[in-house]
Design a binder for this molecule. Structure first.
Ligand code: PRP
Ligand code: ADE
Length: 176
């Protein structure tokens, strides 16, 4: 399946969750078995090329793709969680979203010292979520080798910010 065919599986909902936001919804992509499998295969190929030793995904949509990529490559999965979910002392970072603010947390013991971690999420917009995840993974001792997204919204500048922070970025598709 080509990246263009995959792109046609994304549903766009205007004015969700706030007026002015064009919501790029992956529900329709993951609801298409062949499309989901092709997308995970593309991400896994890029993670492997980056020398991934572990895959990190951000709650919640990053878990869908990240965990699938980790299982496909038989690599550990590091959950980067929303606040108050992990039952251990955590590292935490607050960050801004295109439509609000949030906080991410990670179990420092989930990250190996110097481990090459590839970050996987469904979408990068402002980059706030991904930058917070990178900060957490680095503080936990990991080396962020690559960030992979299904969707890039380049007009919001997140991928550029991530590159400026020293993280190579790739996405399966872009909506400009
Ligand atoms: C969405 C998306 C990314 C993030 C991208 O997650 O899954 O993680 O926004 O936006 P940014 O680049 O501006 O940070 P959201 O926080 O809506 O949570 P969800 O995965 O629980 O739906
Ligand atoms: N997360 C942040 N911005 C988004 C958008 N425009 N569509 C879907 N998820 C998002």
């Amino acid at each position: 399946m080509t990246p263009d065919a995959l792109k046609s599986l994304i549903r766009t909902i205007p004015d969700f969750p706030k007026p002015g936001i064009e919501f790029r919804d992956i529900t329709t992509l993951i609801g298409h078995g062949e499309g989901f499998a092709a997308c995970v295969a593309m991400l896994a190929e890029r993670a492997q090329a980056a020398g991934a030793q572990a895959i990190a995904g951000m709650e919640a949509r990053g878990f869908i793709f990240g965990a699938a990529v980790a299982a496909k490559l038989a690599l550990p999965f590091i959950p980067v969680r929303k606040p108050g979910k992990l039952p251990v002392p955590v590292l935490a970072v607050d960050y801004a979203l295109e439509y609000g603010t949030d906080r991410l947390e990670v179990d420092p013991d989930a990250v190996g010292a110097g481990q090459r971690v590839v970050v996987v999420d469904d979408l990068i917009a402002t980059g706030g979520t991904a930058l917070a995840a990178v900060q957490l993974l680095r503080r936990a001792g990991g080396e962020v080798a690559q960030a992979l997204f299904v969707i890039d919204l380049p007009d919001l500048g997140g991928a550029e910010k991530l590159r400026e922070a020293g993280v190579p970025v790739q996405a399966v598709m872009a909506f400009a």
